[in-house]
Design a protein around this ligand. Sequence first.
Ligand SMILES: Cc1cc2nc3c(=O)[nH]c(=O)nc-3n(C[C@H](O)[C@H](O)[C@H](O)COP(=O)(O)OP(=O)(O)OC[C@H]3O[C@@H](n4cnc5c(N)ncnc54)[C@H](O)[C@@H]3O)c2cc1C
Length: 406
Amino acid sequence: MTTPLTIVGGGIGGLSSAIALARKGKLVQVMERAGEFRAIGYGIQLGPNAFQAFQHLGIEQEVLGKCSLPHEGLLRDAHTAEVLLRVPMGSRMKECYGKPYAVIHRADLHQVLLDGCSRLGVGLTTNCELLNFSDDGGSVELETTRGRRVASALIAADGVASKVRSKLFNTLEPQKLGYAAFRAVHPMEKMPAKFGNNAVVLWCGAGYHMIHYPLRGGRLFNLVAVFDYWLDQARSSQTSLADRLIERFSSACEEVRELLGYVDLSQHWEIATIEPIGEWSKGRVALLGDAAHAMVQAMAQGACQAIEDSVVLAECLADAAGDETSHIEKSFRAYQGKRILRATRVQYMSRYMWELIHVRDAFSLLRRDLLAKFRESDVLEELSWLYGANGGKPRDIARLRYEPAL
Ligand SMILES: Cc1cc2nc3c(=O)[nH]c(=O)nc-3n(C[C@H](O)[C@H](O)[C@H](O)COP(=O)(O)OP(=O)(O)OC[C@H]3O[C@@H](n4cnc5c(N)ncnc54)[C@H](O)[C@@H]3O)c2cc1C
């Protein structure tokens, strides 16, 4: 019997990889520690580059069927309400890159990925946490909460706090950045009409930001508020994070303060990332998605990059067919070689954008001045390295090989 390739982690990266590998004829199993394969109930943005990858996964139309297509992205100053930058989306972006910019409910995306896995016969196991592993050269032995298993190779899509990454490279705990995110999704009819615009709106404040967009064809309103709680660390012990969020937003314009009233203050997410790492694989084990290149969400690319990883990984494994260690190691090295510079660039640019979004005082004047120089056509050109299919050349999507631009 063939020994399966095992993917640890049933998030967007893990499930996309399972589809990509199964489409190459691989026997694949995914193990997830949670009781079910489920996404958190909020929205996610998908750049045109994600749709290039979905095309290769054979699920592009299915994903699109569940998406909303915003007509523009707006960067606005949260204090003055001024529009700092306008990013054309809708038909302009699609004409430029051949694929659209879209937003989708994470649960809908997860369902498409799970359906794809089921159609392709991927083994899906829940309540199965990877506790340890050892690569003996001929296979990988996995110790899980459901017993021991053997895999021909292990793909670690186990997220920013990847245990596999820690064990492989003996370091790299995720770094907290001192930012907390609060989210909400509401039926659109609950929202004042002025917030019903079909756009992705990012409000930039001093040490905070807010982002919102409609989901499910405008029936839902998705909202995220993020703030830097290390800026006022002194009071951390006395005041709750939610109260400090409200205080931080107190200098925002009326529209943003009104929106803050719709944020769910009962739970928050710690923003964590990792520094770019120079190695993504060792022997029969490879990292993928946030495990390899967790990034801040300033360019909305963490999941998009994980989806790209999955397509490239499967192509590399298919190229070096066979279960011999040399084949697998060669494939994983090829995968790393094709992906690491691009993912690192996206990590780096995301961090840069993160700083730009949150600047204070005179820096915000500088930001205003810098962004005012961009015309809409410049913005599309600037983004072509990220969204364009091949070397940033828009619309050239008919190539057989999948090589996202550096
Ligand atoms: C506020 C916010 C907004 C974002 N917005 C966007 C966006 O608009 N667009 C975008 O592209 N990205 C966005 N991202 C980033 C995106 O969510 C992540 O990059 C992406 O979900 C990573 O997917 P992943 O599969 O690599 O990891 P994860 O989604 O973290 O999945 C890891 C999975 O592995 C499982 N697991 C972990 N350890 C084990 C173990 N030992 N055994 C078994 N299972 C295990 C976990 O339970 C989990 O299911 C955002 C992130 C945040 C925080």
